[in-house]
Structures are given as C-alpha cells and as structure tokens.
Design a protein around this ligand. Structure first.
Ligand code: ZN
Length: 134
C-alpha cells in the first residue's frame, strides 16, 4: 500500500453544475456570493460540455488553505446544484474518479479525456476580492 502525503494536493477544483435555466440562475447567484466571500479563482462559464464534464458548469479553483472555509459553505448553500470537488495531485484521472467528493447528484465523468499524469498545476492566483464574512 502506497500512501500519499497531504502535500501531494497542490490545489482543489469545485465544479458547480447546472441543468436548465432555473439552475443556471441559481449558479449565477452562487457565483456572485462565492466571489464576495472566498479567495478563489472563478473560471468562465461552460454552457456547453467541456473536458470530462457531462453537464454545463463553471469551475472554482482554490488553494488547500481555503478548503476548510469554502467546502462547508458550499455544502450548505448549493441550493440543489450538483458539485464535484476534486484535488489536483498531478493525476487527473484519479483526481476526478477516485479522489473526488460529490455534493448532491453524482454525474457521469468522461474518463477518456483524462490523462493518468499531468504536470503540476500552477499556484492558484485568486480573481476575487472577498469582503463578506462567510
Ligand atoms: Zn477540475
């Protein structure tokens, strides 16, 4: 058995999925609220399917130091949206399929687009300027 150290986790992604116009409106509000509360890198909207994802979504990337604040907050505020949270350890296939946690509905992940190994992720440069206490 080979165990990985915690510092194998370079960063995390939360993928916020939405299905249809009602859920997209919820996703829009959540996106604003996340940006007001957390130091994260919010990715662009993917209204079409991209990468291994089988439902429209946007990505929220964050450093390990933000995990203990952001993940509990999205647990209790996701308003029924499916959320995938996965670490980035340089193993995209395992990170999405084996190391991930799901909130709500568990969606299909298209593993054929995920390599086994990947260069280390760059450090996350947040694009938010939080002013609201979570
Ligand atoms: Zn991701």
């Amino acid at each position: 058995m080979t165990l990985q150290p915690l510092d194998a986790i370079q960063s995390y992604h939360a993928h916020i999925y939405f299905d249809g116009p009602d859920q997209r409106r919820i996703a829009e509000v959540l996106r604003e609220e996340i940006g007001e509360r957390f130091s994260v890198l919010i990715g662009r909207w993917h209204d079409g399917l991209v990468g291994p994802h089988t439902r429209p979504m946007y990505q929220v990337a964050f450093m390990p130091a933000e995990f203990a604040r952001f993940v509990p907050w999205i647990m209790i505020n996701r308003q029924g949206l499916a959320v995938l949270i996965h670490p980035n350890t340089g193993q995209p296939k395992a990170d999405h399929l084996t190391h991930a946690i799901w909130l709500g509905e568990i969606l299909d992940i298209n593993a054929s687009s995920l390599p086994d190994h990947h260069e280390p992720e760059p450090e996350i440069a947040p694009n938010t300027n939080p002013t609201v206490k979570p």
